[in-house]
Design a protein around this ligand. Structure first.
Ligand code: URA
Length: 274
């Protein structure tokens, strides 16, 4: 039996968990170096020990069981699964069934899209945050509220845009998605655009713009410059990278540039070449 915790142990644990909470850490996942090496014998639970951790949203055991360290489906499998979907409902169902993105293990749920799929404008952000993970809808937290105000400023209401992300599950602690996580979701994000076929695309932030436009420039260089995204078998769609609203919340002095970009979108919507 392990020794009871001292008051000092409890104090240290409390301050550690408070610090994790403030840093946004709400789930523990195994890092690659924490996984047992092949030559290490597997540690079996002693008969008196519980075989699995008490029910938790995600545990290292659950993470391993659900695919960490197991070969992920190849990009080809993901592309084939995405291509087979010929409606948005089918694409959502294909994502629900897809185990190729490890973020699925730690996230609460899939975050697919919100808004009107027949809208002229489709907006794509990076990945869901905490509020989106809980609500199951993209851009519902503070940055989403700013995004809505930005769109409203050029006359676009909630039904005038269709909003999604290029990564469909929340990265733990709201960290940036890795290249592998972005690549695992990319076939679905691309098919998403191909099914919606908006008149205009807006990519919020560097990660969304870089991954969909397949460029390496930072958002400061990309923002306000129209590019194009061509879905498989479809026609090119004009695409505008803009600053991410979360960045604008941290750097309100950049809102003037964001406003210029919104005016450029408005000019295109009004049929003017901007
Ligand atoms: N940031 C994003 O990029 N997407 C969201 O859905 C929320 C915050």
């Amino acid at each position: 039996m392990s020794a009871p915790l001292s008051l000092e142990d409890i104090r240290v644990l409390k301050s550690l968990t408070q610090w994790w909470d403030q840093a946004g850490v709400d789930v523990l996942v195994p890092l690659p170096e924490e996984r047992p090496r092949r030559s290490e014998p597997r540690r079996e639970a002693a008969p008196s020990e519980p075989r699995s951790a008490p029910a938790a949203r995600a545990t290292p055991q659950a993470a391993r069981a659900a695919g960490y360290g197991a070969p992920a489906p190849s990009g080809e499998d993901a592309r084939a699964a995405a291509a087979k979907a010929d409606t948005l409902d089918a694409l959502k169902a294909a994502l629900e069934a897809y185990d190729g993105c490890p973020l699925k293990v730690t996230a609460t749920q899939l975050v697919f899209a919100r808004g009107q799929p027949t809208a002229r404008v489709m907006g794509g952000g990076e990945a869901p945050g905490r509020e989106e993970d809980i609500a199951g809808a993209p851009f519902v937290g503070r940055s989403g509220q700013l995004l809505d105000r930005m769109l409203a400023a050029i006359g676009l209401g909630p039904e005038d845009a269709y909003i999604t992300n290029v990564v469909f599950w929340r990265p733990p602690g709201n960290r940036k998605p890795t290249d592998a996580e972005i690549a695992a979701c990319r076939p679905f994000a691309e098919r998403h655009i191909g099914l919606v076929k908006p008149e205009f695309l807006v990519f919020a932030g560097g990660i969304a713009a870089q991954s969909m436009l397949r460029v390496n420039d930072g958002i400061t260089a990309l923002r306000g410059r129209w590019g194009e995204f061509t879905p498989d078998g479809g026609a090119p769609i004009p695409a505008l990278p803009v600053y991410h609203p979360a960045f604008l919340l941290r750097r309100p002095q950049e809102k003037a540039r964001a406003w210029q970009d919104l005016l450029s979108l408005k000019a295109r919507l009004d049929g003017q070449d901007a």
